[in-house]
Design a protein around this ligand. Structure first.
Ligand code: NCD
Ligand code: ZN
Length: 422
């Protein structure tokens, strides 16, 4: 095949969600590299593939930015802790600035267990939204061994609740009322499968004999896979995946299985927590693992595989509660998660797949429409975010990725006027 021309497009090719939706049909993919993808098309009548047949080659940059700007559909957060009262009031604006919707975790004290609890919590969230915010809290229920399948089904069918959360009892913050014996929730899981309500899973065993760094892998074997086999029609999300084992398990499953990945687990490994001094603001659950696991997470998040989507697990705790003899688990990332992700995706040559990860795969899994409005990321001098968010209960430290963030996020307000930056 003769290459007649190899014109490089003046303007970088810009794709939607990394899928090459804008390509005309007559172009066939030929070769690709992390930076470029090459397409060819035949010119003139086909001559049975004989030498001499002319074709034209066009190379498109995979880079999806135009003049250092990237516009994507507004992201959603598929795992978020808002807490309640004064803390919620302080942290809500941080999420609303960049995200359109979020799956709201139910681990309050006491937890959000019934449909009535979820209705009340939703009203408290909506009452504290900043003026003019268009943000939709997607409510969840906290699964206990006493959960009533009919209450769950009614909350799901009415549209109030979008998922049910399984915390193994004692696995993490406010999980004491969680599940000890999964066989005792089988009736609820079957009902959820019947009404199409997904199960969000905190994937760690609590067996003290299992090393904390192995608890996710043990959970997959001992709990997750048995749940999948016992209830194959249940849609399940393995949340905040931290291991290669978690990634490989989810990847091998059908489209009824999804996995969320946080920004902080993509940015740090366990050395960040423990080497050169103990850093409580990097401590969260599941705890960050070895570098090889972080690399597996980065590879999955940037791969374009629709099994994987963003759930920040942004989990605010005051500095007082983090910096003490027995500090709380949780990283607070709502403020800068999108900038952190843009930096990481750019480093992987995968900016064109950022939209899939933060804005498309999640709604597709949950059977919801992707957001119509957009945010624009712009590359420039390092962006500064506040180090702390002030609350009446004391400051909350914003996650520090340990590298400069060059991508700012802006959003045109509803009237299409001044963009809000952050
Ligand atoms: C979360 C919290 O603080 O509520 N903490 C955390 O480390 N991620 C709970 C959780 O999701 O495990
Ligand atoms: Zn969480």
């Amino acid at each position: 095949m003769h290459v007649r021309t190899a014109p490089r497009r003046k303007k970088p090719f810009r794709s939607i969600a990394g899928s090459l939706l804008l390509l005309p049909h007559c172009w066939t993919p030929e070769q690709s590299s992390p930076e470029f993808i090459c397409f060819s098309r035949l010119l003139g009548p086909t001559q049975g593939g004989h030498i001499g047949q002319r074709s034209e080659v066009c190379i498109f940059s995979r880079e999806s930015t135009v003049n250092g700007m990237l516009t994507i559909r507004r992201p959603d957060d598929w795992h978020l802790h808002l807490r309640d009262g004064a803390i919620m009031k302080a942290v809500l604006p941080e999420t609303v600035r960049h995200f359109a919707r979020a799956i709201i975790m139910p681990n309050l004290v006491p937890p959000v267990v019934t449909g009535a609890d979820a209705t009340a919590y939703r009203e408290r969230i909506v009452a504290l939204l900043p003026d003019g915010a268009d943000f939709e809290p997607l409510m969840t229920l906290y699964l206990t061994e006493e959960t009533d399948p009919e209450d769950v089904a009614a909350a799901g069918e009415s549209g109030l609740v979008k998922a049910v959360k399984l915390y193994p009892a004692g696995a993490t913050t406010n999980s004491a009322s969680g599940v000890r014996d999964v066989t005792r929730i089988q009736a609820v899981l079957e009902k959820m499968a019947e009404v199409g309500l997904p199960l969000c899973v905190h994937g760690e065993v609590t067996d003290p004999a299992v090393d904390i760094f192995d608890r996710e892998a043990a959970f997959i074997d001992r709990v997750l896979d048995p749940i999948r086999r016992a209830t194959p029609d249940l849609r399940v999300i393995l949340e905040h995946i931290t291991t290669r084992d978690g990634i490989e398990y989810v990847k091998a499953q059908n489209s009824d299985m999804g996995g969320t990945i946080t920004a902080h687990h993509l940015a740090i490994n366990r050395n960040h927590i423990l080497a050169g001094g103990i850093r409580p603001h990097y401590y969260c659950l599941p705890v960050a693992k070895r570098e090889e696991h972080r690399l597996a997470l980065v590879s999955a998040a940037t791969s374009g595989d629709p099994h994987f989507f963003l759930g920040t697990d942004s989990a605010p705790h005051t500095d007082r509660n983090k910096e003490q003899e027995c500090g709380c688990a949780g990283c607070f990332t709502a403020t800068n998660a999108i900038s952190v992700l843009a930096e990481l995706f750019e480093k992987e040559g995968a900016l064109s797949r950022l939209e899939g990860f933060v804005s498309l795969h999640g709604p597709a899994f949950y059977g919801l429409r992707a957001n119509e409005d957009t945010v624009t990321l712009a590359k420039g001098a390092p962006v500064s975010y506040p180090e702390k968010i002030m609350t009446p209960d004391g400051p909350i430290t914003v996650f520090n990725p340990g590298f400069p963030l060059h991508w700012s996020v802006s959003r045109h307000d509803l009237n299409g006027e001044t963009p809000t930056q952050g």
